[in-house]
Every structure is written in C-alpha cells, then in structure tokens.
Design a protein around this ligand. Structure first.
Ligand SMILES: Nc1ncnc2c1ncn2[C@@H]1O[C@H](COP(=O)(O)OP(=O)(O)OP(=O)(O)O)[C@@H](O)[C@H]1O
Length: 315
C-alpha cells in the first residue's frame, strides 16, 4: 500500500478542515493510500513536517491549507534527494494556487482529484534560498497580505484582502530597479513586479495568461510608474486580462530573473514575506510532481497559444 501524509493547518480559511479529517482519511484509504494526518502548530511547522515525510519516504504529501501552507510544504520538499508527490486540499482564504490548477475548493471535490487525478510535473521558483510555486512579487501592494488579520479573513474571506488593498492605494510609491530577465534588461521606476508560475494572483485569474506550471519559464509582469488613476485603470484592465498591451506594462517570459534596487524592497512569496531584494529568481523546471484534475493535465500539456502583448525574447 502507498503511504500518504496529510499536513493541515487547522486555522486556515474558515477552519473547516479539522471537522473533515475522518472523511479525508477514509477517501484516501479507499483510493489505496495508508494515510496519517499532522496538524501544524505555527509558522514553518509545515516545512519541518514536509522534511520528515522526505526522510520517511512517503509516496504522497497533501498540503491542506491556504497558499501559505502549500508554500511551507514546498519549502520542505524542495531540493531534497527524494521528493514525494504533492497533492493540494485548498481550505485557505484565497487559494490562488488551487484556482490556477483548477482544483475544486470543496473538500469532496479536492478529494476526487487526489484519488482520481493525474500527475504532472511542476516547476518550482527559487529566490535566494527560498522557494515558491505560485507567485513572487515586490512593491507596496504585494505587501498587503501581511496586514490582514486572520479573524477578518475568517469572517470576510477574500474581501478582506480587497478592503486592505483599497486602504493601501494612496500610499503606493514607485521604486527604482534594475531587472535583468534572461538576456534583456529594464531599468527605471516601477510600482510593482510579479514573477509568476501560474495565471492566478490574488483572485485575478487573467494576470499572466501565458503562464504554465511546467514550461520551465516564469511570466514576468512589470508595472511601471503610474499615478493613482492610471493604477486603478490598469487594475480594472487586469481583471479582464487586457493589461498586457498597455505601455505601462511589460509582460515577458524568462527562466532566470535578477532584480536589484538601491532602495528597500520586500519580496512576497506565495502571499508571505520572503526576504528583501536583491534577488535572483531561478525556475527549477519539473522539480516536483503534482496531482491535478484529469482535464487540467491535458489542458496544461497542450498550452501553446500565443497571447498578444507578450514580449518575445528578440523584442
Ligand atoms: N496552528 C496554527 N496556528 C496559527 N497559525 C498557524 C498554525 N499552523 C500554521 N500557521 C500559519 O498560518 C499561516 C497562513 O496559513 P494559510 O496560508 O494556510 O491560511 P490562510 O491564511 O487562511 O489562507 P490564505 O493564505 O489563502 O489567505 C501559515 O503560513 C502558517 O505559518
């Protein structure tokens, strides 16, 4: 029998996972996994437990929580000599990563995927000595995730983030940066940069339309200096996926991105604080194996349509 370890954050999202542990264990047992569960106790505990699953050679690790918990689990698995397969039970507030890979945000639906889904290779992002699977970013607005109290998230869900975003708008300031992406360079003032492995960021599902989790490439989005009105106009365009051709936006793909600034700029990794710039973002292609819905596997593997506005390397 294969062995699975469920690592869950009992405080994630609306705290529903705890009540459903017996159901989840039963579903996995029926699918042929001898399964045990571990409740995280605080920051970085999911990373420590994921490392133990490497040592104990589990076949499958299931990260149950929000993007923060998934990120911690990935940090425990990355660059270990043996890496169990990764499954996701999205029970957080935003669940950007689960949205990007079409994992249902119900316990029963996500269990269907764990039990009947396909396995695809997953690229992992590395910056300095930390890892991410969804998004890395910098700029004042990307810091809003730190300040939303968990009580408010439990009550309001994702709306809590949007309210915080509106509150922060007037304090947005540009930063002067140098960004080298593969053999191209941008130098100037920016409001924000995003280094994305998926197309889903903060509930914006069309922000990096060309992103694929296993193409070995990051999708880089740079938002140049704007005033508040332009910023709001671009955010509205981004909701519809129409921001890429705007002259204030650079959208490109790259394997390796180096970002340097003289000013202080924090790096946000999968929604959590991940150190400060400078940073070198490296795409570890096909580094993990991920369980996804069956339709998702074929969709991701056939993804080759070019998107307008995407800067090509010779531009
Ligand atoms: N038992 C615990 N009590 C309090 N905090 C915890 C506990 N276990 C883990 N954590 C911390 O909670 C952080 C956030 O959790 P997570 O991302 O899973 O949920 P969320 O904040 O509800 O969802 P989202 O990230 O989608 O907003 C984790 O990064 C982890 O450090």
């Amino acid at each position: 029998m294969k062995r699975a370890r469920l690592i869950y954050n009992p405080t994630s999202g609306r705290e529903i996972v705890k009540k459903n542990i017996p159901y989840i264990l039963e579903r996995l047992e029926n699918a042929g996994y001898e399964t045990s569960a571990y409740a995280t106790k605080g920051e970085n505990d999911a990373t420590r437990e994921a490392r133990r699953t490497v040592e104990r050679q589990f076949d499958l690790v299931i990260a149950a929580g929000g993007d923060g918990t998934i990120n911690e689990v990935v940090n425990g698995l990355a660059e270990q000599p043996y890496r169990p397969k990764l499954g996701i039970l999205p029970v957080g507030t935003t669940n950007d990563f689960a949205r990007a890979i079409n994992i249902p945000r119900t316990i029963a639906g996500a269990c269907d995927v764990l039990c009947e889904g396909d396995v695809i290779p997953l690229d992992v992002g590395k910056v300095n000595d930390r890892y991410f699977i969804n998004i890395a970013g910098g700029g004042k607005l990307t810091e809003l995730t730190y300040d939303v109290p968990s009580k408010l998230k439990t009550m309001l869900g994702q709306l809590a983030y949007y309210l915080k975003g509106i509150e922060m708008l007037p304090s947005l300031r540009p930063t002067n940066v140098r960004i080298q992406y593969d053999d191209r360079v941008f130098e100037g003032d920016i409001m924000m940069f995003l280094v994305s492995n998926t197309n889903s960021v903060g509930g914006f599902e069309k922000i990096a339309p060309q992103a694929s989790v296993h193409d070995g490439l990051f999708d880089l989005i740079i938002l140049k200096k704007t005033n508040l009105a332009e910023f709001i106009r671009l955010a509205t365009l981004a909701l519809r996926g129409e921001h890429m051709r705007d002259p204030k936006v650079i959208y490109a793909q790259a394997k390796r991105i180096h970002i340097y600034t003289d000013e202080k700029m924090q790096i946000n990794l999968d929604g959590e604080y991940g150190g400060d710039l400078p940073g070198e973002f490296v795409n570890l292609s096909h580094h993990l194996e991920l369980i996804v819905p069956k339709d998702m596997a074929s969709q991701q593997l056939n993804d080759s349509e070019q998107v307008e506005g995407l800067e090509s390397p010779e531009d």
